[in-house]
Design a protein. Structure first.
Length: 196
């Protein structure tokens, strides 16, 4: 018994160092076991509701979803070419409820329009819901709301940085497209962020 106590007193620093090293190796192995084991699709740029998913919209990332993995698309799932059921923002993981096989609205098309730089907010980006107003050429006519809660499909950032006219594309049904084209012929369009 006395020999053990003497041994511990003489080698206490070594015993403490070996214990600390063993503990750190044990913790390291536990952390490695908890590292992400699966893969999931993450949105890397905003996607408008109804838009077709393209390869540049997503990135495959390592994630550990545990028991929730069945609710998300993984590396083996085909997501390119499907349609977004609602607006998706950068950083979202693609859940199974985010995409569907066909376009959510039959007849949805992407209508390009040119908006003066001063008539579009700097916060307007793809996936954003906007209201479009008409300022008529005829000064006796009052400005009017043309369409509300329209989803922006794309914004040409190059034309925005140059000033002048900003080219955007909105996701609309044929009926709404006709209203928008008629309004564009009657005056200047203004795009504002939708409040809701």
């Amino acid at each position: 018994m006395i020999d053990i106590q003497k041994f511990i007193q003489r080698h206490s620093r070594r015993i403490f160092a070996i214990g600390a090293l063993t503990l750190s190796l044990l913790l390291f192995s536990l952390l490695m076991a908890a590292a992400p084991t699966g893969s999931g699709w993450m949105v890397i740029r905003p996607i408008a509701a109804g838009a077709r998913i393209q390869s540049g919209d997503l990135s495959l990332v390592k994630v550990n979803l545990g028991s929730d993995s069945s609710h998300y698309f993984g590396a083996k799932d085909l997501v390119i070419g499907k349609f977004a059921t609602h607006n998706l923002v950068a950083g979202d993981l693609l859940a199974t409820s985010d995409l569907q096989q066909s376009s959510p609205e039959a007849g949805v098309s992407y209508l390009p329009i040119g908006i003066l730089a001063q008539d579009i907010g700097s916060d307007i980006s793809p996936g954003k819901s906007v209201d479009i107003y008409l300022i008529p050429k005829d000064s006796s006519a009052a400005p009017a709301l043309v369409l509300s809660q329209i989803s922006v499909a794309s914004v040409d950032s190059r034309s925005r940085s140059l000033g002048g006219s900003v080219n955007i594309s909105v996701s609309v049904t044929p009926t709404k497209a006709q209203l928008l084209v008629d309004a564009e012929s009657q005056g200047r369009l203004v795009v504002a962020s939708d409040a809701f």
